[in-house]
Design a protein around this ligand. Structure first.
Ligand code: SF4
Length: 349
């Protein structure tokens, strides 16, 4: 029985991480099946509402103004444009709309536009999610009052390794924002990035920080570093894929009721690795804003993979991602009845 705990120690987590791979995956599957349908995966979508020129110096990020990554910068999108994109997303089947801005924090001038976006997207009947950087108590309250459902704010790594990756803000600031978000009643999405040169202990400590919060984040993205030319981590050493899977499995054990999201870096993973990630307990994926383009090949590949693994998109009854889920579910059903789908039951009969 995997209980909800908030008192994890470093020794315990290191032991979990270093046990034989098969034992770890077996435990993670047990934890996963205790709270979730193991063959369901949640899907989310994202729009960048303000891109690049960020004053923070996160060494992994192409949007930081400190590095030259030839990224095309964009000012804060007009509210009407965001609502147009949200409408398009809804027509594509999405029911949750995530909006991200590359800011240190939202300014007084920008807040009214952000609040209008939340209200407008909600008025379209979509669930809302935002990532805007550091928040103060008043801003958090304003976002919650406007109807924001989720706030994303990643811890990235351990407190000890943090200042080797980011020097323009502190770990304590991150925790304070998470605290404001929790107190406001919004849901939390918070996780980290692997493959930045951190030690095994740093990875364990990241999970300890997340699991030892007074309440576990509802969503925990585990990212694999995407090495972007021009950023200081462009030549970082690759993480062993099995070590990445181990982290997903331990996250599943320590945060048994949270959605563990296989997030950035998924494009670099082959299908076998993604299948292992789902086996380890990852049960959420991110499509990204490209979903809004019809015929997105990445989305097609995801649907194919779901069909081949017999995975269904998670059905939610709080109006999130439901019709989007239905679209994918229909596709999976079509694949099952097509000649391409190998029906093991039929073969045995
Ligand atoms: S705060 Fe966000 S957008 Fe800005 S550099 Fe860091 S990761 Fe990139």
């Amino acid at each position: 029985m995997f209980t909800i705990r908030h008192d994890w120690t470093l020794d315990e987590v290191l032991t979990l991480l270093q046990q034989p791979f098969n034992d770890l995956l077996f435990q993670a599957q047990q934890a996963h099946r205790q709270h979730f349908d193991a063959n369901r995966v949640q899907v989310s979508t994202l729009l960048s509402i303000k891109t690049g020129a960020c004053p923070e110096d996160c060494k992994y990020c192409p949007q930081s103004g400190h590095y030259n990554t030839e990224l095309e910068k964009e000012k804060l999108l007009e509210v009407q444009q965001v609502l147009h994109e949200a409408q398009q997303a809804k027509m594509q089947g999405a029911t949750r709309f995530c909006m991200g801005a590359a800011w240190k924090h939202p300014s007084k001038k920008e807040m009214p536009y952000v609040l209008e976006m939340i209200k407008g997207v909600r008025a379209l009947g979509l669930e809302t999610c935002m990532t805007l950087g550091k928040l103060d108590e008043q801003q958090t309250k304003e976002l919650a009052d406007a109807g924001l459902d989720y706030y994303n704010h990643n811890l990235d790594t351990s407190p000890e390794f943090y200042n080797q990756i980011i020097t323009t803000r502190s770990y304590a600031d991150r925790l304070q924002t998470l605290n404001y978000v929790r107190e406001s009643g919004m849901k939390i999405c918070s996780g980290g990035i692997l493959g930045m040169g951190e030690s095994l202990a740093d990875r364990a400590k990241l999970l300890i920080e997340l699991a030892n919060l007074p309440e576990h984040p509802e969503s925990v993205p585990i990212n694999m570093l995407v090495k972007v030319p021009g950023t200081p981590l462009a030549d970082a050493e690759d993480i062993d894929p099995f070590d990445f899977i181990r982290m997903l499995a331990v996250a599943r054990i320590m945060l048994p009721k949270s959605h563990v999201r296989l997030s950035a870096g998924r494009e670099q993973m082959n299908e076998q690795m993604q299948a292992l990630a789902f086996l380890a307990g990852a049960n959420s994926i991110f499509y990204g804003d490209k979903l809004l383009t019809t015929g997105n090949p990445q989305a097609e590949r995801d649907r194919d993979l779901f069909a081949r693994l017999g995975i269904q998109p998670e059905q939610r009854h709080d109006h999130s991602d439901e019709s989007h889920a239905a679209t994918i579910e229909q596709y999976v059903l079509e694949q099952r009845t097509s000649n391409l789908f190998y029906n093991a039951a039929e073969q045995r009969a």
